[in-house]
Design a protein around this ligand. Structure first.
Ligand SMILES: [Zn+2]
Length: 501
């Protein structure tokens, strides 16, 4: 008996010390399911870190999900202990992308995308926060109750942070109590359509509704996002639009004059957002501008007169042109439509010149059947480009011809979107901000073929498949958690829902 005890004692000691080591170690590490890196206090080093003061070589110190210091090259090596830093060498360390325009379609149309696959794709693309659109889910997010359905559905499924826009629809637009209730529930702002949205429970608003919305939003200092296309009487004869497989047919059904008519109304509606106006504090943001003609001129002029107005465009308007869209290839259908190459050039000029404020994905997938790729019918196919995971390499690949700098990229994809969504502690690598970061290799090439890991629910409907792009995301950090690394995600989805207070 005694002999057995003596034999057990060393074993017991070993077990106890192992247990002690385990407890000690786990108190030092983050909960390992949320992050592929075990420490919560560590340094990320790189020769190319994008800060508001320019590109630096050095390290970013992260502690408990926050950026706690930024060290220059000479200083960081002495301070970081061996296993607490990750050296990314030449890879670019940038603030994580903030996509203010994505349709994740959950609850109700999870078969189109959903929070899980959508945020996995976002993480794989360097996006650390996305703001979900109030439509294409079922029901639409137009009240406190429907927002609750969204936040409940997102629980435990989101790999990046997710905020929500609410819907401004005729039912609530002139009812300030209803709008206040929706805003008090935490939507970051509102979104409305000036043309049919394609979703039955998300009807279009007229300019009176928009003004009603703006007057309530002024008190909350939150933005109204508007889909700016106003249906105009068509001069097209029915037989002229008979070839539904031809992209030019579709393009003619949504001419630039629709965007121009809508922008004209919005510019007059934002008159009162100027300093001293009755809607001072309100802000109007035009989503996915395609027309770089007089729509853009009207926006520029209103901005110069002090209207609180911003505008975004999307990578697909910068990457594609009408001339190159094959007949029947409905993957390219979206609204407003992709216009000609000359228009695309003007969009780039406007963006590089600062007249377009920011970029968003307008990731708007559906089930493949609704894209009707077999028939190739542009008029009947669901409109929407599927792009979430690719927006960074697409912007970079095409932007290089326009001398797009990393700092400009960070402004378009992080800093300005953070400002629009009211996220003061996001969008830039500065001390005190959330440690939401994208690490990527600008020189690495991607072949978007069948072997490329794509996390969208339906990769086949993306117009980018088959393309060759530059810029590979190697790591994505969300509040200090390494949620994506070289093709792999953390096992648990630990992103947070963002509600305005
Ligand atoms: Zn959209």
């Amino acid at each position: 008996m005694e002999l057995v005890q003596w034999r057990l004692l060393p074993l017991l000691t070993l077990l106890l010390s192992a247990a002690f080591f385990y407890v000690r170690r786990s108190s030092e590490t983050s909960h390992s399911d949320c992050s592929l890196h075990s420490y919560t206090h560590y340094w990320i080093a790189s020769k190319r870190i994008v800060t508001p003061d320019g590109l630096i070589s050095g390290a970013v110190e992260i502690n408990q999900g926050t950026i706690t210091s930024i060290l220059k090259e000479a200083d960081w090596r002495a301070r970081a202990t061996r296993d607490q830093f990750i050296d990314y060498g030449d890879a670019v360390v940038m603030p994580g992308l903030i996509d203010v325009h994505a349709h994740l379609d959950e609850p109700g149309r999870t078969e189109w995308e959903g929070f899980s696959s959508g945020t996995k794709a976002a993480a794989a693309g360097g996006i650390t926060t996305l703001i979900d659109m109030p439509l294409n889910s079922e029901p639409s997010t137009v009240s406190r109750e429907t927002l609750k359905l969204k936040t409940d559905a997102a629980k435990g499924k989101i790999f990046v942070h997710v905020g929500f826009w609410g819907g401004l629809v005729p039912e609530n637009a002139l009812n300030s109590t209803a709008l206040e209730d929706l805003l008090d529930a935490g939507v970051l702002g509102l979104k409305s359509f000036m043309c049919p949205s394609g979703i039955d429970d998300f009807p279009m608003t007229n300019i009176t509704h928009i003004q009603g919305g703006l007057s309530v939003l002024a008190r909350y200092k939150r933005p109204l996002l508007v889909h700016a296309e106003l249906v105009q009487e068509s001069d097209e004869k029915e037989d002229a639009v008979s070839d539904a497989a031809s992209y030019s047919t579709y393009l003619r059904t949504r001419p630039a004059s629709w965007e121009q008519a809508a922008v004209r109304q919005l510019v007059s509606a934002t008159e009162e957002t100027r300093a001293g106006g009755s809607a001072e504090g309100a802000h109007l943001h035009i989503v996915h501008l395609s027309d770089a003609g007089s729509s853009l001129d009207l926006i520029k002029e209103a901005k110069s007169r002090g209207h609180s107005l911003t505008v975004e465009t999307c990578p697909h308007y910068l990457a594609f042109s009408a001339e190159e869209i094959p007949d029947g290839d409905t993957r390219f259908k979206c609204s407003p439509p992709i216009r000609d190459a000359a228009n695309r050039e003007k969009l780039w000029e406007a963006m590089m010149g600062g007249d377009i404020d920011l970029l968003s994905s307008d990731h708007s997938p559906s089930v493949p059947e609704l894209k009707r790729l077999d028939e190739g019918d542009f008029l009947k196919a669901w409109g929407g480009i599927s792009s979430l995971q690719f927006v960074l390499p697409v912007t970079w690949t095409h932007g290089r011809q326009y001398s797009l700098a990393f700092e400009k990229l960070a402004s378009l994809w992080s800093e300005k979107p953070a400002r629009l969504a009211g996220q003061k502690l996001k969008g830039a690598i500065v001390v005190g901000n959330h440690a939401d970061l994208a690490v990527w290799e600008p020189e690495a090439e991607l072949e978007l073929d069948a072997d490329h890991p794509v996390f969208h629910k339906h990769p086949s409907i993306s117009a980018y498949m088959g393309r060759r792009l530059s810029g590979k995301v190697v790591a994505t950090f969300v509040s200090g958690n390494l949620v994506f690394k070289q093709g792999f995600h953390a096992t648990a989805a630990c992103g947070a829902t963002i509600l305005a207070r």
